[in-house]
Unconditional design. Structure first.
Ligand code: ADP
Ligand code: ASP
Ligand code: MG
Length: 813
């Protein structure tokens, strides 16, 4: 024989009950079917009774919704008119009783535990009544008659001796199909209605399977099986084919809601396997839980991850504990006497404190009774007051293959470290099937995601990107990512998940990834209003692992967010030059934060767009070389202008053309005043190992300062005045076969920028369009400097450089 249990969602609607009918009727051996209340009804009964107890007359409305729900289901699942009428009558009989009890609660404003237990029992009594008339030849039983409980602290626990005997008597002979309400029971001593705790129908089924030596216990629910993590939190969680009883027990005890924890113990003892199946997808094979330990298949080192977010850590400490025998005995005896359950314990070998985890609701009582227990030691100063830290979360990774496998704890804690999550306490027993740790509750989701990703999805890596600024560079970048994504996934196993996009006004956030086909429209219609500050909060608030903030703006306000972001373990890729050229202290702090946190702060495109200048200099220095001198043409805009001016194109027009071609900064004065080149030179000098500020750079400008005072409009009005002078200069140099270049130089830390003329023998002479060139002299590249040359401006090459920075971050895991 088999025992099948169908949970609330499996009997929640007309369609699902009809699936149950199909599944059960296809079985050709005796079967006991255990059912929960219709999905959500237990919660509703508890809410309604709480309202009634508070004299809230609206309870009546809730109650009538409960009546309607049941009557509607009966209407839908029982086609035969006569049977339907009879079931309706019996259901109404039960609902009338329930209505009277609720009315009583309403009138006397009192809801005892006993009354509450009676009220919730109607959920399973009604559902079993209904389903018993849907499945052919099903015989309805009343579990209150054979599941017997005794009280221990505030819990009803099963009296197995009596229960087993009653079950064997009740199901002898065993009908072809028996229908049993789950969850409910009665007290062995006084016959009052009790229950087995929330989710207890699983346990009812297990008790029946054990007492009657079933061949299998099947738990039918609304997912395809036991999954590697809670699918409501981790959407990449997948079904585990096989689990051992121990693994299943470890996972359920720790929050995997799919099986009510006490369920496993009885069947485990009798070696009856459990099968988890999906009522809504009966073809799926489900998860098979048995005594057999699965051989390591070379893939996942662990089986699953589970968590509970209701955690309080209690610490008993004091130097007077060291080496003293009996302190732990007294701690746990005191807790046990007060009915406080402890689910994790950690004591370091220094013995000066013992930390353990309890539910938040038990915390105050635990502190009180422990302070009382150790009152005299505290008075003498041998021990401190007991400390409680509430609102934490506990996570466990589970798997029998962890046994004797080195490196699992390393991988776990390494993953958490990279995600910037600090572990407050941890525990691993010598059975080595479970490593549990406690973290701040706000980090739970991030912890689960990063651990799941690192242990189960190692075949591909995910980077979660926030892209800020969707102008020319940001827009190009998103388009390049959109086009390249399939290849990256296929060839490199890298998934770039765009979880946030923002412009100066709005931000769009989606953990599952924003569709790049129409993000502009979505940002406009669904984006939230945002400022740099709220943007930062959104990014940090998402608490997402492997995250990268990509700044494609030119905004100092956005650059000012980096430190906060990096302290939240978010890497930063900046096309924005503000941060790297800001005061040295800030630049250094950002670089140090990145190093300390194990994340990246990359800004290759700050100089020479996509040209690999900063990376090359870093490689040189990392291999022991010293950068002595830099000479460079670093402004694509200025170079374009000098290459464009001629007899027919005066300076002012060339500036306009540089703007139109998208080379210039949004405000061209930043280029023409040399400010942009100064920033770039400062960044290069710093990356070359010198402490330089913008004010240290000597400058010889080619447009007098007066042109830069006043508004942008004034500038455009005045600049044509320079045209004649410039054309003369150009003509004169042309006669000498020379060309003008705006050059940045660094010599042992001394920096300067200015206009220079070069003849055709110099590498700077041939520098077409908006190209940049840099000559790097080092101890090794001395007589012949290293030269890097190419497009130094333009949205597509800059975006490609940002893209390359992003990809280099993917290698950090
Ligand atoms: P039922 O009403 O059938 O008893 P439950 O809601 O009690 O169903 O349990 C099934 C739910 O457990 C799933 O819908 C899923 O959201 C949740 N769950 C949490 N952790 C896991 C896990 N590791 N594997 C599968 N389901 C899980
Ligand atoms: N109906 C009960 C509950 O919701 C028991 C169960 O569904 O297993 O907790
Ligand atoms: Mg359940």
């Amino acid at each position: 024989m088999k025992v099948l249990k169908f949970g609330g969602t499996s009997v929640g609607t007309v369609e699902s009950i009809l699936s149950v009918k199909k599944i059960v009727e296809a079985i050709d051996e005796p079967v006991i079917v255990v059912v929960s209340a219709l999905g959500g009804i237990t919660d509703k009964l508890l809410q309604t009774s709480a309202m009634a107890a508070k004299s809230d007359v609206a309870y009546e409305k809730e109650f009538s919704a409960i009546i309607t729900r049941h009557l509607d289901v009966i209407e839908g699942v029982i086609p035969d008119l006569e049977t339907r009428r009879s079931v309706q009558r019996r259901a109404m009989g039960l609902l009338d009783e329930l209505g009277n009890i609720l009315r009583g609660v309403f009138l006397i404003n009192d809801l005892s535990a006993k009354t509450s237990d009676t009220i919730v029992s109607y959920g399973e009594r009604l559902s079993s009544l209904i389903v018993s008339h849907v499945i052919k030849d099903a015989q309805l039983f009343d579990s209150r008659k054979f599941i017997k409980t005794v009280k221990q602290f505030n819990k009803h626990i099963v009296d197995f001796e009596q229960t087993n005997q009653l079950i064997r008597e009740t199901f002898n002979p065993l009908p072809k199909v028996s229908l049993v309400p789950g969850f409910i029971s009665t007290s062995r001593d006084n016959g009052e209605i009790t229950n087995l705790g929330r989710g207890g129908s699983d346990y009812t089924a297990s008790i029946l399977a054990t007492a009657l030596d079933a061949s299998v216990l099947e738990i039918w629910t609304d997912v395809d099986g036991f999954m590697t993590a809670d699918p409501r939190v981790i959407n990449s969680a997948y079904v585990i084919d096989r689990l051992s009883f121990t693994e299943a027990m470890e996972l359920c005890n720790f929050g995997a809601k799919v099986i009510y924890p006490p369920t496993i113990y009885p069947v485990y003892h009798k070696n009856i396997p459990i099968l988890i199946r999906n009522t809504f997808n009966p073809e799926a094979p489900g998860t098979y839980i048995s005594r057999e330990k699965e051989k390591y298949d070379g893939k996942a080192l662990i089986k699953g991850i589970s968590s509970i977010n209701d955690t309080c850590l209690i610490t008993v400490q004091g130097l007077g504990m060291v080496g003293v025998i009996g302190v732990n005995y007294r701690i746990f005896k005191t807790l046990a006497k007060n009915g406080i359950s402890v689910f994790m314990v950690s004591q370091a070998s220094s013995e000066n404190n013992t930390t353990f985890a309890v539910r938040n609701a038990d915390a105050d009582l635990a502190v009180e009774v422990l302070n009382k227990e150790f009152a005299s030691e505290r008075a003498q100063g041998d021990m401190n007051d007991t400390v409680a830290e509430k609102d934490l979360a506990t996570v466990a990774i589970v798997g029998e293959n962890m046994k004797r496998t080195p490196g699992i704890a390393g991988k776990l804690f390494g993953t958490l470290g990279r995600a910037g999550i600090s572990v407050i306490a941890c525990a691993q027993g010598a059975s080595e099937t479970n490593i549990s740790f406690v973290i701040k509750r706000e980090y739970l989701r991030k912890a689960l995601n990063s651990i799941h990703d690192s242990f189960f999805l190692s075949e591909y890596k995910v980077l979660n990107l926030f892209v800020v600024g969707i102008g020319t560079v940001g827009g190009n970048l998103l388009e390049q990512i959109r086009l390249q994504q399939p290849k990256l996934m296929e060839q490199n196993g890298l998934k770039l998940n765009i979880v946030g996009i923002a412009n100066s006004k709005k931000v769009l956030i989606n953990r599952d990834g924003i569709n790049l086909d129409n993000y502009r429209e979505e940002l406009m219609t669904k984006g939230m209003d945002s400022t740099p500050d709220t943007l930062c909060e959104q990014v940090l608030g998402m608490n997402i692992f492997n995250s990268v903030f990509v700044d494609c703006t030119a905004s100092p306000d956005v650059a000012a967010l980096y430190a906060r972001l990096m302290n939240g373990n978010v890497s930063v890729v900046a096309a924005n030059k503000e941060a790297a050229s800001s005061p040295y202290e800030n630049y250094q702090l950002l670089k140090e934060t990145a190093r300390h946190r194990g994340i990246k702060f990359l800004f290759e495109t700050n100089v020479g767009a996509g040209l690999p200048i900063i990376n090359t200099m870093n490689d040189l220095r990392n291999s022991g070389d010293h950068i002595l001198k830099l000479e460079a043409v670093l402004s694509g805009t200025l170079n374009y202008i000098f290459n464009t001016i001629g007899p027919d194109i005066p300076l002012s027009q060339a500036i306009h053309m540089a703007m139109d071609a998208g080379y210039a900064e949004p405000d061209p004065r930043i280029d023409l005043s040399g400010k942009d080149v100064i920033r770039k030179l400062v960044i290069l000098a710093r990356e070359a190992g010198y402490r330089v500020e913008q004010a240290d750079v000597k400058k010889e400008l080619f447009i007098p300062d007066t042109y830069f005072q006043g508004s942008l409009e004034d500038f455009w009005k005045n600049i044509p005045k320079m045209d004649v002078e410039f054309e003369e200069k150009r003509k004169h140099l042309e006669g000498e076969n020379k060309r003008l270049r705006f050059v940045a130089k660094m010599d042992n830390g001394a920096c300067q920028v200015g206009l220079e003329a070069f003849d055709s023998h110099h590498p700077f002479y041939e520098l077409e369009g908006s190209n940049n060139i840099i000559m790097i002299s080092t101890e090794r590249y001395h007589d012949y400097p290293m030269i890097i040359k190419g497009y130094g401006a333009g949205a597509d090459v800059t975006a490609a450089g940002v893209f390359a920075d992003i990809i280099s971050i993917a290698n950090i895991r």
